[in-house]
Design a protein around this ligand. Structure first.
Ligand code: SF4
Length: 252
């Protein structure tokens, strides 16, 4: 009966108000909650503190092992809901972004938290960021307005049979609430997207490409060719607004 959350500092859950930095809701004022734990291990993951704990030797470009007790905190669902409710700006439509790690690993506890939050906050819009490998718990699915699904390509370093689950990709492609967001590092990654789009019939208006990068200079360099490639393929392009605004920091 609790949620395992990431932390900003030891003991303090990563729950914060900011602007959504990526995807279909970019620029919208939102409250974020970041869950700990992930079932994948991307070599460029910018939230490795949610999963790469001491003893986990899966490759990561920074090769940092995080202390689990300093980077996880366990809170009851109603405590999480109360902390989130206190952060919504009065004038804006309340939007909650549930991110991670992989949040759908904690689907049933998340459903209880969102249920409690919806009782306290009217017209709440709920979006979930997921790597697309886990089916949403039915009780949670009934409470979600939007999924931002980010399947991981070969350059993530994950085995394809873990990162690209055919029945899940089929389900997300058929789900009108789901937007695909592919992280791109090299031009060679684009052919993988074309193949996935064709295989799963992903509608182009629900397919975003986004440059990989944790600093503005890298994002800008990659955006130059990626935006052009998106335009010619008929895909949508998204930047990483929060990196330009705040850099690669927790709680933003
Ligand atoms: S799926 Fe997301 S949270 Fe998990 S390792 Fe990859 S980038 Fe990090």
């Amino acid at each position: 009966m609790s949620l395992i959350l990431a932390t900003t500092i030891p003991g303090e859950p990563e729950i914060f108000a900011s602007l959504q930095g990526e995807g279909p809701s970019i620029g919208r004022p939102s409250v974020f909650v970041r869950l700990s734990r992930c079932n994948l291990a991307c070599t460029w993951c910018d939230t490795a503190y949610t999963w790469r704990f001491s003893g986990d030797n899966r490759p990561h470009r920074d090769d940092i092992a995080f202390d689990r007790s300093a980077n996880q905190v366990t809170w009851a669902e109603d405590e999480v809901a109360a902390r989130i409710a206190a952060l919504f700006a009065p004038a804006a439509q309340p939007r909650l972004v549930i991110t991670g790690g992989e949040p759908l690993l904690q689907g049933s506890a998340l459903a209880r938290m969102v249920e409690a939050l919806k009782q306290a906050v009217t017209a709440l819009h709920v979006e979930i960021e997921t790597n697309g490998t886990v089916a949403p718990h039915p009780a949670l699915d009934a409470l979600v307005d939007q999924y931002n699904v980010s399947p991981k390509l070969a350059h993530s370093g994950n085995p394809a049979d873990l990162a690209l689950v055919p029945e899940r990709l089929t389900a997300w492609a058929a789900e009108p609430r789901a937007f695909f967001k592919f992280v791109i590092a090299e031009a060679a990654d684009l052919s993988e997207i074309t193949a996935l789009q064709q295989r799963y019939t992903i509608p182009p208006d629900r397919l975003y490409v986004m440059p990989e990068g944790t600093d503005s200079a890298t994002l800008r360099t990659r955006a130059l060719w990626l935006a052009e490639a998106a335009a010619s393929a008929g895909w949508r392009f998204t930047d990483r607004l929060h990196i330009h605004l705040y850099g690669d920091t927790r709680g933003t």
